[in-house]
Structure formats: structure tokens, C-alpha cells
Design a protein around this ligand. Structure first.
Ligand code: PMP
Length: 352
């Protein structure tokens, strides 16, 4: 006996990034910095007193209140879940589904399209221009597609650029009945204005953030959305009961208490990002894209796949982005030491 899978399921490849034990893991845009010791002491104290024999607060009220306080919003306008990926999935469960459609602007974070598939939401692939900057043509394209959901990623993964806030507002205004999701997983690395500034005017906007990058908490799996109370109520209609464990809620609250320490590390990550970009720019024939995030996308001279392999042979793991941008690699800005390892390996692979 074999169970008959959903049509097309076996054509899907699982979403996996290699997790290899190498000297420099620069392929998943994690923070290179461990959390400060005070964080673990506070968390251990809280965890000791958690009533784990009871279900957690299903509404994650305290975490949402504290997140709201950080962003100047009431808890009723905040949603939290297991990583921003789960926040995105919950938004699709509520606003996507059969007979509904979403538009993405490619190249962008591939999970947006995958989540459309898994929630049976039709996906229209819009396109970004050669500089990857969202503008009037994309607003026109979205208007013509009449989607129920519009995805924008800003700063965009894998290209790195933040999208103009005017274009984001333009999309929300052009499609007042659609849900506009702005994935801001990398916003803390950018000086560009955040779409959170539009929340007062727009009721069809959800700005999605994560603890995985700037908070150095990828292992804890916490993400959140800043949106309108009506959308938060809709998300409550499709979430799993007690979706956020008591341990996760406690870790999130604790991370917020240590936010100043996490923010202090952002500057050093940006220094490494800019150093990587500056060094890549000196390589003849290398195309480097400007980044507002904690990674840099570049098209090396020669074959990207070969360079990827050469870097890995030297203990440096980067991401092959050729599927999204022809012959492109994406490298995470990590510690100073990791940047040194990357640049040394790069010079060995691309002799002048
Ligand atoms: N959005 C974007 C644009 C990302 O690049 C990532 C991580 N790759 C995520 C969301 C997912 O983050 P999380 O760990 O919060 O699920």
C-alpha cells in the first residue's frame, strides 16, 4: 500500500540550505555573534519557573505587548509565530487559498512562491528591472494581475536592495482590496525607511520581521508581523492552537530585554558587508549589487558554480543564487575573521 500524494508534490524539492561544518558558514545570513551571557542567565531563570505542564498563552500576549512597545503599536496590531516563515504561511492561510492569487516580483525570496504552492494559492511572477528596484511598471503589472496578495521583500533577498517606500505605498494604494505583505527580514541592517511608517495610513499592510538575523536568534525560531488589528484577528482564525511554545515566548521576551546589545552589533556587521562589497568591486569583471542587508550578491568573472566549489574547498560556504540571478553568488556578512577567510579564499580562486 502506498499513500497517493497531492498532485505535483513529488516534483517539489524540499527547501534546504546546506548545513556544513566549515570554517565560515556564509550561506544563510545568520548573525556571526552569539547572544550576550546575560541573555542566557535571564532566560534560564525564567525557564526554571515556566509551568510547562500547562499549555502556553495561546495569544502570546506578553510577547506581542513587548513587541508592540518596541514599535509604538498596540499588541492588537502585532502577530508572532515560529519564525517569519510561519508568519508568512499564516498570512497565506488566511488570505490565500484556492481561487485566490498572489504576485511576487522576481528575483526574490523563493519561499514566498513555495508558500503559495503549499497553500494552493495561484502565483503570478512579476519581474523586477535589471537594477532590482520596484517602480511604476511593477505597480502597473500588479494592478493588471488583480491579486489578493502582493509580496514585496525589502531589503530584497537575494539582491540586497531596499525598495523605495513610495513604490510600496503605491502598490498598497493601487490594490486597496489586496493584502500587501512587506517582508522586512533584513530591515535592521538598512537606513532606508521601513514600511512600518505606512501602517497608520494603510489597513491592508502586513510588515513581517524576524529575530533570526539582527537579533542573532535564528535557532529560537521567532518572527512577527506589524499590521492592523483586523488582520491579526484573521490570523487568529487559522493559527494552530498554542502555536508558539512557552519556551519560544520566553526567549522572545528575553531577547527584547537584550535588544540594545543586539543592536550594538549591527554596525560591525554593516562594516563587514561594506568591506566585502568594496573588495569584490576591485575584482575585474565582477558585478557587485549594492546591499542594505547583511549579505552581498555578486556575479563573479567566470563560472559561479566553480567558484562556489573552490570557496567550499577552502572552508567557505556561500550561497549559489544562479537559479534566481544568472551566475550569481550571495555571501553573508559575518565576523571580521569570516570576511578575511572569504576574501583570502576568493583571491586564491580568482588569481589576478
Ligand atoms: N524572509 C526573508 C526575506 C528571508 O531571507 C528569511 C530567511 N532566509 C526569512 C524571511 C525567514 O526567516 P525566519 O528565520 O524568521 O523564518
Amino acid at each position: 500500500m502506498t499513500a497517493r500524494p497531492r498532485e505535483g508534490l513529488r516534483d517539489m524539492t524540499p527547501y534546504v540550505s546546506p548545513q556544513l561544518d566549515v570554517a565560515a558558514r556564509l550561506n544563510t545570513n545568520e548573525s556571526p555573534h552569539p547572544l550576550p551571557p546575560g541573555f542566557f542567565e535571564e532566560l534560564a531563570k525564567v525557564v526554571r519557573d515556566l509551568p510547562l505542564h500547562r499549555y502556553p498563552d495561546g495569544a502570546a500576549t506578553r510577547l506581542r505587548e513587548e513587541l508592540g512597545a518596541v514599535h509604538g503599536l498596540p499588541a492588537a496590531a502585532v502577530w508572532a509565530a515560529n519564525g517569519s516563515n510561519e508568519v508568512l504561511q499564516t498570512l497565506l492561510l488566511a488570505y490565500g487559498g484556492p481561487e485566490r492569487r498572489a504576485i511576487t516580483f522576481e528575483p526574490t525570496y523563493s519561499l514566498h512562491g513555495r508558500l503559495c504552492w503549499s497553500t494552493h494559492t495561484d502565483r503570478i511572477r512579476g519581474g523586477l528591472p535589471s537594477d532590482f528596484v520596484l517602480g511604476d511598471p511593477q505597480i502597473d503589472e500588479a494592478r493588471a494581475a488583480r491579486p489578493d496578495i502582493v509580496f514585496v521583500c525589502s531589503p530584497n533577498n537575494p539582491t540586497g536592495n531596499a525598495q523605495p517606500i513610495g513604490a510600496i505605498r503605491g502598490l498598497a494604494e493601487a490594490l486597496p482590496d489586496a493584502l500587501l505583505i512587506v517582508d522586512e527580514a533584513y530591515a535592521e541592517f538598512s537606513d532606508a525607511p521601513s514600511a512600518t511608517g505606512l501602517l497608520g495610513d494603510l489597513r491592508n499592510l502586513a510588515v513581517v520581521r524576524t529575530f533570526s538575523k539582527a537579533y542573532a536568534m535564528a535557532g529560537a525560531r521567532i518572527g512577527y508581523a506589524l499590521t492592523s488589528p483586523a488582520i491579526v484577528e484573521d490570523l487568529g482564525r487559522v493559527r494552530l492552537p498554542y502555536h508558539l511554545s512557552a519556551l519560544t515566548q520566553a526567549a522572545g521576551i528575553c531577547a527584547l530585554h537584550h535588544r540594545p546589545a543586539a543592536r550594538a552589533l549591527l554596525a560591525s556587521i554593516r562594516v563587514e558587508r561594506d568591506r566585502i562589497a568594496a573588495e569584490l568591486t576591485t575584482i575585474p569583471g565582477c558585478v557587485v549589487y549594492p546591499s542594505d542587508a547583511n549579505f552581498v550578491l555578486f556575479v563573479p568573472p567566470g563560472d559561479a558554480r566553480e567558484l562556489w566549489r573552490g570557496l567550499l574547498d577552502r572552508g567557505v560556504l556561500v550561497r549559489d543564487m544562479s537559479d534566481a540571478v544568472p551566475n550569481a553568488l550571495r555571501v553573508t556578512a559575518g565576523s571580521e575573521h569570516e570576511t578575511d577567510l572569504f576574501l583570502k579564499a576568493l583571491r586564491e580562486c580568482l588569481p589576478a
